[in-house]
Design a protein around this ligand. Structure first.
Ligand code: ZN
Length: 316
């Protein structure tokens, strides 16, 4: 990780599906104090907002201070410009109009300025600033976990889109008329290459082991044909999806997270080959596709970067 000498203290909050954390860190990415707790399952805002406030107050009480800003990385549909968080399958009760999470947290934390981003965008910012995207102007970060989503840095800036839905690469069609996707479309990338999809396809092909992404990866390395075939198909589909992304954005680097980090040896050669074959030379010759670098610290740094980016963007 790059060492950046910036000792301003910040509060980061990571709202995760199963666990959440609050941490005090320097703007240079050094974590000074961290507290975490299980996120209330299926929680509405009436449960989650007080839970996050309590977690944040604990970090502020126990860690060093004072902090100058707060960044939140939310595993939820989020409009980074307004700080609203919206309804999702794992977040019932947040509504289609959303909840003004940034304002609610700021009020409870003595008026501290707050920026909220969805976790794909926030992690893209973290990999761009501290990890595998360092030094690039145009890059994409892909979460390849329970779902597939991308954060896009274009021209050195986070690209959120008109309704903060840019980067929904998990739901572009890579196989017309293909497997049904919970989003209502067919042939989505996510229906082939998310962790649960790879596991489901491996089982359909005859995989007998424990039905988890990790077990499928281990079995594929050990020569299990069903597991290897499911991962080969996922790599093929990721290649198709990324080729489309590259033809549109001409990014210079794609950073792949989660499954693609754990199974880089099994996935990356095919992904690179498909992208090279399916894009113009002028695009692929300037492109590198690499695994994410930040590992366990990605979500903490993502939260910090949500604030740092906002601070630099000078948005209202
Ligand atoms: Zn879909």
């Amino acid at each position: 990780m790059a060492k950046i000498a910036d000792n301003r203290l910040l509060l980061g909050i990571d709202l995760g599906g199963t666990k959440s954390a609050a941490l005090i860190a320097t703007a240079g990415g050094e974590i000074r104090h961290r507290v975490s707790a299980p996120t209330p399952a299926q929680g509405g805002p009436g449960e989650i907002v007080p839970f996050l406030i309590e977690l944040a107050q604990r970090a502020l009480r126990e860690g060093p201070g004072p902090v100058s800003g707060v960044g939140v990385s939310a595993g939820a549909p989020t409009d980074g410009r307004t700080g609203h968080v919206y309804e999702a399958p794992n977040l019932p009760g947040w509504g289609n109009d959303g909840v003004p999470l940034a304002d609610l947290l700021s009020d409870a934390l003595g008026g501290l300025p707050i920026a909220v981003e969805n976790d794909a965008n926030a992690t893209a910012l973290a990999e761009h600033r501290f990890g595998a995207g360092r030094g690039t102007t145009d890059m994409a970060f892909l979460t390849v976990g329970t779902g597939i989503g991308a954060g896009l840095i274009l021209g050195g800036r986070l690209h959120r889109g008109r309704s903060a839905l840019a980067g929904e690469i998990g739901h572009i069609a890579v196989e017309p008329g293909g497997r049904p996707c919970p989003c209502g479309l067919r042939g989505c990338l996510e229906a082939y290459a998310s962790g649960p999809s790879v596991t489901r396809i491996a089982v359909e092909k005859g995989f007998q082991g424990e039905p988890t992404g990790q077990a499928v990866v281990v079995a594929a390395r050990g020569g299990d044909e069903a597991a290897a075939a499911a991962l080969a198909q996922a790599a093929q589909m990721l290649g198709r999806g990324l080729a489309t992304l590259c033809m549109i954005t001409n990014v210079e680097r794609i950073v792949l997270g989660t499954l693609a980090v754990h199974a880089a040896d099994l996935l990356l050669p095919t992904i690179r080959a498909v992208v090279n074959k399916s894009t113009w030379h002028g695009i692929s010759e300037h492109l590198s596709i690499v695994p994410a670098e930040l590992g366990d610290r990605a979500q903490d740094l993502a939260a910090i970067c949500a604030w740092l980016t906002r601070d630099e963007e000078h948005l209202p």
